[in-house]
Design a protein around this ligand. Structure first.
Ligand code: GUN
Ligand code: ZN
Length: 450
């Protein structure tokens, strides 16, 4: 057993619902067994003399939290981050499809996938729910790189069989049959191998035929253990396109199109959801939230992306009232930071614009346990309950001069946590552990001072 000494913080549920969901131990220890599972959390003073004299890693000035869970990102967009390009559809056409097409080169696909995962780890993110690209081989390369790092990832090949004139023909699936064969091959090879999990990944309504969505729904229903992910109601223009495109289905909403194709259920993860039925159509119904809650689906709140593309403000308070599972997504490359601290800070601002309270505990919950709940992985990751996989990050309250000064001036630990959320980013990540093993220094290359 190894003891990691520090201030230990984790959650067993939403702190806004129940104070008892917060587990915060100042001068505590996270205890990890040799197989990389959590044994428990205890005050340092409660450890036996033998435990204190055993294997100890001293992070006593730092904060130890579960590894961050990024509920939505695109590995294929590592080189598309920070591309200007207008609204969603214009940006996809101009910057994203060309960037993702580069993954048809196997050498680039392998190097870029590895770099993407290292950048995530350097930001303290140990699990991500990822859209790769339409290339089966590049998706295999992504899984191989994740497996080599022993990361718990949920990911899948992007399915697109209709570009609506905007996506190059050479980037699309040639047919629904080929897309299905590719998925089956990847599922067979990768789903459940090590810590890798497969998500059926139709890109979104505007690049799908009904046949493709139905195939995706069938695959997901057929394998009880698979995940499903897509984008949902990110922009108003997208919602209009989908309601037009699938008018024959007479859908009640965008989500209803997916639902009729069998795609909505447990382990399904929906990115954005800025314009669900009640907001967009002013029906006051709010059916989409009820459907998402009742089916056990998760939603990824991607604030830096929604602000960057001008998509809108995620109705965070409404999701919480409805009891929908919500995590934070960076949505790299529409998102502008790999850091879930920076993403939580933007979530705070989106909530502030809507008059919704949002403190550091809420932000850190969403970045850890909330993300795990959105991905239906809370039994395995996102917290420090005994038996959990020991993925964790050590955060430095004094990582930058601004953060150091502010946290030193703070009256109490909650104020320090808030400063860390708002001012912190990958520079605040002192160390990252994956399944109990320290990950090699990531892309930041910042030497560890200890
Ligand atoms: N909707 C469909 N594809 C994408 C994508 O790559 N990024 C974002 N932000 N939205 C999408
Ligand atoms: Zn996305």
């Amino acid at each position: 057993m190894t003891a990691y000494r520090g201030t230990v913080l984790h959650f067993s549920g939403d702190p806004a619902e129940e104070e008892g969901n917060v587990h915060l131990v100042e001068d505590g220890a996270l205890l990890v067994d040799p197989a990389g599972h959590v044994e428990g959390v205890a005050p340092w003073a409660a450890l036996t003399a033998e435990q204190r004299a055993g294997a100890v890693q001293d992070f006593r000035d730092d904060l130890i939290v579960p590894g961050f869970v990024d509920a939505h990102a695109h590995s294929g967009q590592i080189d598309a981050i920070a591309s200007p390009g207008g609204d969603l559809m214009a940006w996809l056409t101009k910057s994203v499809y060309p960037a993702e097409m580069r993954f048809q080169d196997p050498g680039y696909a392998r190097r870029a996938s590895g770099a993407f995962l290292d950048t995530m780890l350097a930001a303290g993110t140990t699990t991500a729910c990822v859209h790769t690209t339409t290339s089966k081989e590049a998706t295999g390369a992504f899984f191989a790189e994740a497996h080599a790092r022993n990361m718990r990832v949920v990911a899948g090949k992007v399915l697109m069989d209709d570009g609506g004139g905007a996506a190059p023909a050479g980037y699309l699936d040639a047919s629904v049959g080929q897309a299905e064969d590719d998925c089956r091959e990847l599922i067979e090879r990768w789903h459940g191998r090590g810590r890798v999990l497969y998500a059926v990944t139709p890109r979104f309504g505007p690049t799908s035929t009904e046949g493709l969505l139905r195939m995706a729904g069938r695959l997901y229903q057929e394998h009880p253990g698979l995940w499903m992910q897509s984008h949902l109601a990110e922009t108003r223009d997208e919602v209009d396109q989908v309601l037009d495109r699938f008018a024959d289905l007479k859908p009640r909403s965008y989500l209803d199109v997916y639902d009729r194709c069998g795609m909505v259920g447990p382990r399904s993860v929906w990115a954005h959801c800025v314009w669900p039925d009640h907001v967009y159509r002013g029906t006051g119904g709010g059916h989409d939230w009820d459907v998402l809650r009742d089916k056990g689906a998760g939603v990824a709140f991607c604030p830096t992306s929604n602000l960057f593309l001008g998509s809108g403000l995620f109705p965070f308070a409404r999701t919480r009232r409805a009891g929908v599972r919500v995590g934070l997504g960076t949505d790299i490359g529409a998102g502008t930071s790999y850091s879930l601290l920076a993403t939580a800070a933007e979530a705070y601002k989106v909530a502030a614009l809507q008059g919704e309270p949002f403190d550091a505990l809420r932000g850190l919950y969403l970045a850890t346990r909330g993300g795990a709940e959105a991905l239906s992985l809370q039994d395995r990751i996102g917290g420090f309950h005994p038996g959990a996989e020991a993925d964790f990050a050590v955060l430095d309250f004094a990582a930058t001069p601004v953060l150091k000064r502010r946290t030193e001036a703070a009256a109490d630990l909650r104020e320090r946590l808030f400063a860390l959320m708002v001012l912190g980013d990958e520079r605040a990540v002192r160390a990252v552990f994956v399944n109990g093993r320290r990950s090699t220094p990531g892309a930041s290359g910042r030497p560890d001072p200890r």
